[in-house]
Ligand binder design. Structure first.
Ligand code: NAD
Length: 480
């Protein structure tokens, strides 16, 4: 039984209250570890450690910060197998995915921001005719809070931590209580890389206790959060009266719009991935698929055939395409949405059932599920399911599909498949989303702004946007 500990001031500590939460292995339903349910006292200790480290870290040269971040990325690369195994076991995702996406991307996050900080410059503005010069400092905020979800555990955790510390802040971070393992291992790597004590502090526990203590803390001046929309709304309510800086990356219900003039084979292959990668538990998955009526029947047959070929299995097997869902409550939630779809006349074209994997009968496996629906105005098309479930429906005109794509409370990403340039430009302009992919999906360039509109959040991560979030701009105006 693995007992995960908090990482405070460079040391691994038990929670003060000695309260623990069980950690489940989704592939077989067993409890395989425990994590602290940290209290306010642990969060305060983490804060004090971060505060003490801030004076020196904020004055550490950019070259030195950069060197340490890049060292962390190298150590993550060197420990790829160990981290990928841990991520797969904790989350249920296929190890093949953890090895090519989750862990390499976590390493890239540190490498990217280790490099980016050396290029992040103060601006200056000459006030011509007024004999004055302005320069704008970008100063670190102090102690910041980073809170992340379970779907891409280390990937999203480090997407926040790396820019925060690169910019000179010290961090109190909390990974999801559902997938704490790789965050725990990260502490060791940070010590080995020579990250000074207290620059990063990791506290484990429930959102309602540990997370709440972070967002309520009066001196944690910025919160970077990724998770559900209702949690984001709660965080905004708590943090706003304290005037904390907030970055909220929330839920999505992304449209995948397919026109008849697209490159069909590429579209089909990518649509299988954008629907079911990570068991559909990626905030960017295209869960509402709209297909131009002239190719609808063909698409339906081909898509179902391809999806039926996906291999559901134990996450540690190299040939597994679809692993286990992250937890029992989540599996039940997704199954419930499949029932809701049936109730409103949705036709299950494939999947829809829980799967029993031999020797792992208690694991949380679910068939990839395609549901044919008749209207966008139903719960399965309006609410985030966040599992291996997609809907398909035909459309006739560009105007119709645009209206349906935008008629949802979320606005994270949208995918468009077409070779028509005018349509590409028009639709990309009109789609209500923070990210639009045309003829691709999840192609990421870490310099670009990342985030959603409407109920998908506020603020942008990535590139200099993240470094701006984690700094305060101070303008100095000098008259000569
Ligand atoms: P969640 O909101 O339940 O939890 C996210 C994190 O917030 C966890 O660490 C949790 O412990 C913490 N938390 C919960 N209540 C809290 C509180 N009161 N105060 C402080 N922290 C609290 O989300 P989840 O179920 O872990 O993740 C799934 C959700 O995340 C989905 O909605 C998905 O779309 C979203 N997501 C969004 C993005 C994005 O970039 N927009 C990326 C990945 C996931």
């Amino acid at each position: 039984m693995i007992k995960i500990k908090n990482y405070i001031n460079g040391k691994f500590e038990n929670p003060i209250n000695n309260e623990w939460i069980d950690n489940y292995n989704p592939a077989n339903g067993d409890v395989y570890g425990q994590i602290p349910n940290s209290s306010k006292v642990d969060v305060e200790n983490a804060y004090q450690s971060a505060k003490s480290a801030f004076r020196q870290w904020s004055q550490t040269t950019l070259e030195e910060r950069s060197r340490i971040l890049i060292k962390i990325s190298e150590l993550l690369d060197a420990n790829l197998q160990r981290f990928a195994e841990a991520e797969s076991k904790d989350n249920g995702k296929p190890i093949s995915l953890a090895k090519v996406i989750d862990i390499p991307r976590a390493a890239s996050n540190f490498r990217f921001f280790g490099n980016a900080i050396t290029q992040f410059a103060s601006e200056s503005h000459e006030s011509v005719g007024q004999n004055a010069i302005n320069y704008t400092l970008r100063q670190p905020i102090g102690v910041v809070g980073c809170i992340s979800p379970w779907n891409l555990p280390l990937y999203l955790f480090t997407w926040k931590i790396a820019p925060a510390i690169a910019a000179g802040n010290c961090v109190v971070a909390k990974p999801s209580e559902v997938t704490p393992m790789t965050a725990y291992l990260l502490g060791e790597i940070c010590n080995e890389a020579g990250l000074p004590k207290g620059v990063l502090n990791i506290v484990h526990g429930l959102g309602t206790t540990t997370g709440e203590a972070i967002i309520e803390h009066p001196d944690i001046k910025a919160i970077s959060f990724t998770g559900g929309t209702s949690t984001g709304a709660h965080i905004a309510k708590v943090a706003a009266p304290m005037f904390k800086k907030l970055s909220l990356e929330l839920g999505g219900k992304n449209p995948n719009i397919i026109f008849a003039d697209c490159d069909y084979d590429d579209m089909l292959e990518t649509t299988v991935r954008s629907s079911f990668a990570n068991q559909g538990q990626i905030c960017l998955c295209g869960s509402r698929i709209f297909i131009e009526a002239s190719i609808y029947d063909k698409f339906k047959v081909d898509f179902v055939e391809k999806v039926k070929q996906l291999k559901i299995g134990h996450p540690s097997e190299g040939s597994t395409d679809i692993g286990a869902l992250v937890s029992k409550p989540h599996l039940e939630k997704v199954l419930n949405y499949i029932d809701i779809a049936k109730d409103v006349g949705g036709k299950i074209l494939c999947g829809g059932n829980r799967v029993t994997v031999k020797h792992f009968e208690n694991g949380y496996y679910l068939e990839p599920t395609i549901i044919e629906i008749e209207t966008n105005d139903c719960r399965v098309n309006q609410e985030e399911i966040f599992g291996p479930v997609v809907t398909i429906m035909p459309f006739k005109t560009e105007a119709d599909v645009l209206q349906m794509a935008n008629k949802v409370k979320y606005g994270l990403s949208a995918t468009l498949w077409t070779n028509n340039l005018k349509r590409t430009m028009h639709m990309s302009n009109q789609l209500q989303a923070g990210i639009v992919w045309v003829n691709t999906w999840m192609l990421r360039d870490l310099r670009t702004p990342f985030g959603g509109i409407k109920a998908s959040g506020i603020g942008r991560e990535g590139g200099f946007e993240a470094l701006r979030f984690f700094t305060e701009a101070k303008n100095v105006c000098i008259k000569y």
